[in-house]
Design a protein around this ligand. Structure first.
Ligand code: KG4
Ligand code: ZN
Length: 373
């Protein structure tokens, strides 16, 4: 792929959770390569990410993944303009692998290093693809980042600074307990649907009646823009206790999973209509809460743009519901590939910071709870 002289070439490196990723992005919006080595198969049998296993796997993957990103892009590392690396939030052992490698590479190549907040990366995943498609999301925007680790709403603004665009983020609200993706994963575990739970629940939910079971909206005092998903998860648990007739099929699905039969058709064949109703009703409750709170926040801030990002942004029902309820607001989603963790979004966020003059040095530290400001 040809690269125009004025486009900066940024290598993005991401290792905050269970994906080792590297990407090369030109001019902050043209993805020349995006390589993601997923660890799902390693963590599946534990039903969630095991931090020690994650860092060990990142160590194994980081060098080949960066090499592959350069190879696929047809770019020599010495031709890069900068290296952008995730420095938080995330699992500390995982973050350290990507950050240390990014630092060493920057030093060895004599290239500028830019530290990127993973959440800012998710915001830029949406902007990046909108730009690629020739669309220009109007800011200020409200951004919902919704994944296995996060459910958080930001007000995103930008201003010009020496000809570059500097982005700013203000937290509007977030989950008080489980992230939405975590609730999907835990409910899938209770129902023996495999890991991760989001994609399979997404596929099974259309086969059930979403109105069958009413999960009430959580009653919370304080910030009206906060979310809570642990109540819905517990309601599913109580529903299963009250309905012991659903146990034999749970055991049948456990056996199917143990045999490696985790396809949607195989699992659906082992779900009775009441289970499919439960799945559909759970998804409806989660999606309704995400959509309504995000649109209320956009309305209050008179934002005409909503950005939705993170693993759960891949959800079909979430996309449909936002489209149906958006009332004059433009809603942007990344493609499914850029919804989940990747390094193209880190390179794009890093490009904006690079243009705004941000430079890190070898003292840059990983921060597990790094806030986005
Ligand atoms: O962003 P991500 O890859 O990793 C982090 O958690 O940071 O998101 C993974 C999460 C998992 O909880 C997974 O169940 C959920 O995203 N997910 C989905 C879908 N695809 C992935 N949730 C609902 N519907 C989906 N289609
Ligand atoms: Zn993420």
């Amino acid at each position: 792929m040809s690269v125009s002289i004025r486009e900066h070439l940024i290598l993005g490196i991401e290792s905050s959770c269970d994906e080792t990723a590297a990407a090369i992005v030109a001019g902050g919006r043209r993805i020349l390569s995006s390589v993601v080595a997923s660890q799902i198969d390693i963590h599946r049998k534990y039903g969630g990410v095991v931090p020690e296993l994650a860092s060990r796997e990142h160590l194994r993957q980081i060098v080949p993944v960066v090499r592959e990103a350069a190879g696929r892009a047809g770019v020599e590392l010495r031709d890069l303009d900068a290296i952008a690396v995730t420095r938080g939030p995330g699992l500390i052992g995982s973050l350290l692998v990507g950050l240390t490698y990014g630092k060493v590479l920057a030093m060895a190549l004599g290239k500028p290093l830019v530290g990127v907040n993973h959440l800012e990366g998710h915001v830029h995943a949406v902007l990046l693809e909108a730009h690629t498609a020739g669309r220009q999301p109007e800011l200020p925007a409200v951004c919902l980042i919704v994944s296995g680790g996060h459910t958080i709403l930001y007000h995103v603004t930008s201003e010009s600074e020496n000809g570059a665009r500097r982005f700013a983020y203000a937290r509007i609200g977030g989950t008080r307990d489980d992230a939405a993706g975590e609730a999907y994963d835990k409910v899938a575990r209770m129902l023996a649907l495999g890991y991760p739970g989001g994609p399979i629940i997404d596929k099974l939910a259309p086969h059930g009646n979403a109105q069958a079971i009413r999960f009430g909206e959580p009653k919370m005092s304080g910030n009206p823009h906060d979310f809570s998903f642990s109540g819905i998860k517990t309601a599913v648990l109580y529903h299963l206790r009250r309905n012991p007739q659903l146990q034999p099929e749970i055991e049948a699905r456990q056996q199917a999973l143990a045999r490696g039969d985790r396809g949607a058709d195989a699992l659906r064949a082992l779900c009775t209509p009441p289970t499919l109703d439960l799945i559909a009703s759970f998804q409806r409750a989660v999606v309704a809460s995400l959509v309504s709170r995000t649109l209320v926040a956009a309305d209050e801030r008179a934002a005409r743009t909503v950005l939705v990002s993170g693993g759960v942004a891949a959800n079909s029902e979430l996309r449909r519901s936002f489209e149906a309820a958006r009332r004059g607001v433009e809603v942007y989603f990344p493609s499914r590939a850029l919804s989940t963790d990747n390094a193209a979004m880190i390179a794009a966020a890093g490009h904006a910071r690079f243009l705004a003059g941000d430079r890190a040095d070898s003292t840059l530290e990983a921060e597990a709870n790094l806030p986005l400001v």
